[in-house]
Design a protein around this ligand. Structure first.
Ligand SMILES: *Cc1c(COP(=O)(O)O)cnc(C)c1O
Length: 360
């Protein structure tokens, strides 16, 4: 397994490190079960249902509820009762804002001055920036060079400081982790962060409130945070099957899940940046291994076709990762016949250039 963590790895172009009392163990990482950096404040136990219910009350005072809408077109195609959970309608355009609210609200006093730091290809950063703004917490976001410009602009508009570091998500993540060590920011882990997962899991409670008879929920997997949330809510409370979807060109979690390990991949490539993670996280993998029914792989071409399908037939505009649930369901086909199926539309943040290429 390639451990690529660069504790304290200074770069010459990095801002000068703030002096942090080395006696404060908070800023020293602990032994990590995977190849990401973990601090003592990262609780690696899955959120409990009661914690998720408490978060649900918090979300109600900060976010609109996302609608669960029947799709006649997909119901007909799949000969099933199909509902779309419209997470794309939330502020910032994705479910990740739920995690941002949870983190901003629960921030430990020790981190109030420095605030939160997070690596992101765009959507998690926007969610955390939104949560930071709600609770007046500073936010620094490390994005890969050449990150989606409309997502970068959105993060800056929400008041976050955006730094372009590294060539892909995981290099940006390593930069962010070393800043958290050196400068005492509260590191947001996309997969090993119990608070974040509890916030994100509130989407599943909303689904259960709307329909308690869900048979199958199909959901995209990047770091696995949202699939974990659905396993812990819809999976448990409706006894539903939760099925994950990854891109066949970015299958790190799929392989780790099937193989029972936490190995990173050297590189992944998909235009659906929400799915482009090459490092499995210990906490989400623990839940997914226990509770996820299956993972299906879809091609990038299938994701493009599904963006077109949703736009032309449902008049919903979603990004590549945002339609992965629908692409996965179409691939499952007959297996879903006669069932009540929920497909979260996880995000809408597609830029005009990508959309133009998809529609060509
Ligand atoms: C982050 C993201 C995903 C993947 O979710 P994870 O919780 O990281 O597995 C899917 N779709 C969109 C739009 C995203 O932003």
């Amino acid at each position: 397994m390639d451990r690529v963590t660069t504790f304290g790895g200074h770069r010459t172009d990095a801002p000068p490190a703030r002096v942090v009392p080395m006696s404060d163990r908070t800023f020293k990482p602990i032994e990590s079960p995977d190849s990401t950096t973990v601090f003592p404040y990262h609780d690696l136990t899955p959120p409990t249902l009661s914690q998720i219910y408490r978060m649900r009350a918090l979300m109600q005072s900060h976010l609109p509820r996302s609608p669960l809408v029947r799709s006649d077109i997909l119901s007909e195609r799949l000969d099933a009762d199909v509902y779309l959970k419209r997470e794309d309608t939330l502020p910032t355009g994705t479910f990740k804002v739920r995690g941002g609210i949870a983190l901003g609200h629960d921030l430990d006093e020790r981190f109030r001055e420095q605030g939160l730091i997070v690596a992101s290809t765009g959507n998690l950063g926007q969610g955390v920036a939104y949560g930071g703004r709600e609770f007046d917490v500073p936010v620094v976001i490390g994005v890969p060079e050449g990150a989606n410009p409309s997502k970068v602009a959105a993060m800056e508009r929400l008041g976050a400081r955006v730094e372009q570091r590294g060539t892909d998500f995981d290099e940006a993540r390593e930069w962010v982790e070393s800043r958290a060590v050196d400068e005492g920011y509260r590191l947001v882990s996309p997969g090993n962060d119990r608070n974040l997962l509890a916030g994100i899991a509130t989407a599943g409670l909303e689904v259960v409130e709307d329909r308690s008879d869900v048979d199958v929920l199909v959901n995209p997997i990047g770091s696995g945070s949202s699939a974990t949330g659905y396993c812990l809510t819809v999976g448990k409370l409706c006894d539903a099957d939760v099925i994950g979807v990854q891109s066949e060109d970015a299958s790190a979690v799929y392989e780790a899940w099937k193989g029972g390990h936490l190995k990173s991949k050297e590189s992944v490539s998909t235009f659906a940046e929400g799915l482009a993670t090459r490092v499995p996280f210990a906490l989400t993998m623990q839940v997914l291994r226990e509770d996820l029914t299956d993972i299906v792989l879809v091609s990038d071409e299938a994701l493009r076709q599904t963006i077109r399908l949703l736009l032309e037939e449902e008049h919903i505009l979603a990004e590549g990762a945002g339609v992965a649930s629908v692409a996965g369901a179409l691939q499952l086909g007959d297996e879903l016949r006669g069932k009540t199926v929920v497909l979260p539309i996880s995000g809408r943040n597609i830029d005009a250039e990508t959309l133009a290429a998809v529609l060509e």
